[in-house]
Design a protein around this ligand. Structure first.
Ligand SMILES: [Zn+2]
Length: 183
């Protein structure tokens, strides 16, 4: 295919084989050079996407698993501390919803919160593994959704979780099983 003779930005005529318009300096479309550059730009966007997702999953997964384990281990101590707090007891008397709440039940609640955090963190860690190896896209998506859903007690965590899920959905064509599909 012959190279274009006129710049599609400014309309100036160009010598054959030009990579850039001699008049306005814009890149000539349709040349091998332009295709290569477009491919490089797409590769860069893709790598940035993968790096951002991996970064967000890492800074999410590791702390939340640690926090969850600490919460589980300290559930009894935390429940005891809250239970022996005078203002908590005063507040509890005004709450019909928590009527009959015992120290044991309170300890259970603290423990469940810890488990929620751990499950959420494991979901993010699983997602991180599949994003890193760029295989099993569906499991990367599910892992991240689990991370988001089990973080329902934190609006911020929930938001970040679904935001990262959306980013993984966008990276679908670059997972191994979808390579070669489309263009
Ligand atoms: Zn031009």
């Amino acid at each position: 295919m012959a190279d274009p003779k006129f710049c599609n930005k400014c309309g100036s005529s160009m010598p054959a084989g030009s990579k850039f318009c001699p008049e306005c300096g814009s890149i000539v479309e349709g040349t091998e050079f332009e295709k290569q550059r477009t491919k490089e730009m797409n590769d860069m966007v893709r790598e940035n996407g993968f790096n951002t997702v991996k970064f967000l999953l890492t800074i999410y997964a590791i702390p939340i698993i640690i926090i969850g384990i600490i919460d589980i281990v300290n559930a009894s101590a935390n429940a005891n501390a809250l239970w022996s707090n005078q203002s908590f007891q005063e507040w509890l008397k005004t709450q019909t919803l928590f009527k009959g709440l015992t120290l044991a039940t309170l300890t259970d609640y603290f423990t469940y919160l810890g488990y929620l955090a751990v499950i959420s963190g494991i979901g993010a860690a699983v997602s991180l593994v599949f994003v890193t190896i760029r295989r099993y896209w569906l499991f990367a998506v599910i892992g991240c959704m689990v991370a988001a859903i089990f973080c329902f007690w934190s609006i911020f965590g929930l938001f970040i979780g679904f935001f990262v899920t959306w980013m993984i959905l966008d990276l679908k064509p670059f997972f191994e099983e979808f390579q070669g599909e489309g263009q």
